[in-house]
Design a protein around this ligand. Structure first.
Ligand code: SF4
Length: 379
């Protein structure tokens, strides 16, 4: 740990650097707990540049916790569409409803109450309480852990429970008690901009003289690389039904309680949102997708063999899953009426934020708009 004098100098230098070089981000222009909370949830696993337009659109539609709590879930998911990790949006709204019901519409001020809300873990609670209320909680996420591990030359897997606990203790000890909000943001900013996973920019770093990893020539090798989970390759086939008016059919978000085991995976892969009829392919995409269509379409529409025209293949990644999506166009004189399903223009499915759909479904829609001609052109 740093001695008292060093600690004071460390804090002073990092805070001065942050004051001078911090990025101008929309959520830094406010201390409103609702906005801070929203930004912290959107920033989980997502780049700043991707979050900014979503953050602004979301606030236009839901300017406060009451607007979010009372909105239809479909509308919340629509505004989140394309940002990924949709459980964040569902939890955000459930938390908004709890805040209205139990906390009079104000984000709670204690860590215990914050942690009791859906979607709030110790990092998020510390970030919101320190930034919005100036509470003395030190944040520890991947970025901050990397900075601390380098400053104190911590070797080994940082996510090991005891090591993580010890990093939290280091973060608590470093926290500048007079300015927890700026302090936490400065630590995160350092990790995001200079002390990056690869090629840290030590020459520009405001705390380089305190950094053990830099002194030992270990800045590039700390933290130790984690073993990556093996990639799971999945092939999906989706049917884009199309009528002469350019409209298509989307099935409603699957409910897991109703889903059979084989459809459970689909439910996860379409992020429990609106989707085309989709199957996980075992051997034969066309035959298996045709069987699925026979299950869901009225018998009168499947008397004649359905023509499945292959469309350009799309690739998609969700955490450790690498998905190959094989869309097929099925042209029909009339789209079937299926309970719960909706019929909308295909172009709407392809455009961002028009409906609560995942990027995977949007890619299938774009392939269908490009049409089989695009496939022939690639051949
Ligand atoms: S000196 Fe380099 S490794 Fe150390 S904290 Fe600064 S950027 Fe990170």
């Amino acid at each position: 740990m740093l001695q008292r004098r060093e600690l004071a100098a460390f804090r002073k230098q990092l805070l001065a650097w942050f004051k001078q070089y911090k990025r101008d981000l929309p959520w830094r222009r406010t201390k409103d707990p609702y906005r801070t909370w929203l930004s912290e949830i959107m920033l989980q696993q997502t780049r700043v540049a991707a979050v900014i337009p979503y953050y602004e659109r979301f606030l236009e539609r839901f300017p406060d916790v009451h607007a979010l709590a009372t909105a239809p879930q479909e509308e919340v998911l629509r505004l989140w569409s394309g940002l990924g990790y949709y459980s964040r949006a569902r939890n955000l709204q459930r938390a908004a409803q709890e805040i209205v019901a139990r906390h009079d519409g104000a984000f709670p001020r204690t860590e215990k109450e914050a942690l009791a809300l859906p979607g709030i873990g110790s990092y998020t609670a510390a970030a919101i309480l320190s930034i919005a209320y100036g509470a003395k909680h030190a944040v520890l996420d991947g970025n901050v852990a990397r900075v601390l591990a380098r400053i104190f030359a911590v070797r080994g897997d940082l996510r090991d429970a005891r090591r993580w606990q010890s990093l939290q203790e280091s973060a608590d000890a470093l926290l500048a008690p007079g300015s927890p909000s700026d302090w936490n943001q400065a630590m995160m900013e350092l990790g995001a901009t200079l002390c990056t996973p690869q090629s840290p920019q030590c020459l520009l770093c405001p705390v380089t003289k305190f950094c053990q990893a830099r002194k030992l020539g270990l800045a590039d090798s700390i933290p130790a690389r984690r073993k990556k989970r093996a990639t799971e390759n999945i092939v999906l086939a989706a049917a884009v039904l199309l009528d002469p008016r350019g409209r298509t059919l989307l099935l409603p978000p699957p409910t897991l309680s109703k889903a059979k085991a084989t459809h459970e995976q689909i439910s996860i892969l379409v992020s429990k949102l609106w989707h085309f009829p989709t199957i996980a392919v075992r051997i034969d995409p066309t035959g298996e997708l045709r069987t699925r269509l026979h299950e869901i379409l009225p018998a009168s529409m499947t008397k004649q063999s359905l023509q499945l025209e292959p469309l350009p293949i799309a690739r998609h990644a969700v955490t450790y899953r690498a998905i190959t999506l094989r869309p097929f166009r099925v042209t029909m004189a009339q789209l079937p009426r299926i309970a719960g399903a909706k019929i909308i223009p295909l172009a709407d499915v392809a455009s961002p934020s028009a409906h609560a759909i995942s990027n995977l479904t949007r890619k299938a829609a774009r392939a269908a708009l490009a049409g089989p001609a695009a496939l022939a052109a690639r051949a």
